[in-house]
Design a protein around this ligand. Structure first.
Ligand SMILES: [Zn+2]
Length: 106
C-alpha cells in the first residue's frame, strides 16, 4: 500500500513537471511569435500601389518599381515611384532626364 502511494506521488510529480515545462515552452513560443508580428507591423513600409505609378523603373537607380516603392514624386502629369527618398531627391534635381530614364508606361 505504501509502495503504491509513493509511486503515484512520483508519477503525479512527473506529470506536473512535464506539464509545466510544456506550458512554459508554449508560452515562450507565443510571446516570440507575437513580438515578431509586432515588429513586422511597425517596420512595414508605406505601401504604394504599383498600378497608380507611371514608371516601370526607378529613374535614378534603374530598379523595377515592382521590387518596392518607398516614395513617389509627381512630374508633369506623371506619378513616378522610387525605391528610396535618395532616388527621389536625385530625380528632382533633373526631372526631365529622370522621366526619360523612368521607362514610362504608355
Ligand atoms: Zn532607386
Amino acid at each position: 500500500m505504501k509502495k503504491i502511494t509513493t509511486l503515484s506521488i512520483l508519477a503525479f510529480g512527473m506529470i506536473l513537471t512535464s506539464c509545466n515545462s510544456a506550458s512554459n515552452k508554449n508560452n515562450s513560443t507565443e510571446s516570440t511569435t507575437q513580438s515578431m508580428s509586432d515588429t513586422v507591423a511597425t517596420t512595414q513600409p508605406v505601401h504604394y500601389e504599383i498600378a497608380y505609378l507611371d514608371n516601370k523603373k526607378d529613374p535614378t537607380c534603374g530598379m523595377p518599381v515592382t521590387a518596392g516603392v518607398s516614395d513617389t514624386a509627381h512630374s508633369e502629369t506623371k506619378v513616378i515611384g522610387f525605391c528610396s527618398k535618395e532616388c527621389k531627391t536625385e530625380f528632382l534635381k533633373n526631372p526631365k532626364a529622370g522621366l526619360a530614364a523612368a521607362a514610362l508606361k504608355k
